[in-house]
Unconditional design. Sequence first.
Length: 96
Amino acid sequence: MKFREFKKKALENTEVRKEYEALHDEFNLIDQLINMRTKAGLTQEDVARKLGTNKSNISRLERGRGNPSWSTLNKYAAACGFRVKLEAVEDGRASA
């Protein structure tokens, strides 16, 4: 079974779909971090050097391990030639 088929079948399960959707924003942030770095032509080591930290910290950040501060996200983005922008969007789900 190919991954797309597996994913489609898995998302038919209501509980799986709920968890998948709950992690969407986190996965999106991780994708954005990696895209910034690769567009800048930088390695994790390059970003770590610019931030004065270890490569393992950059790797952990890009894997979604931990809870980075706003300052950390700003520094990471700046090291890659980007800036962070916060956007608030209406949830669209009914409040309980």
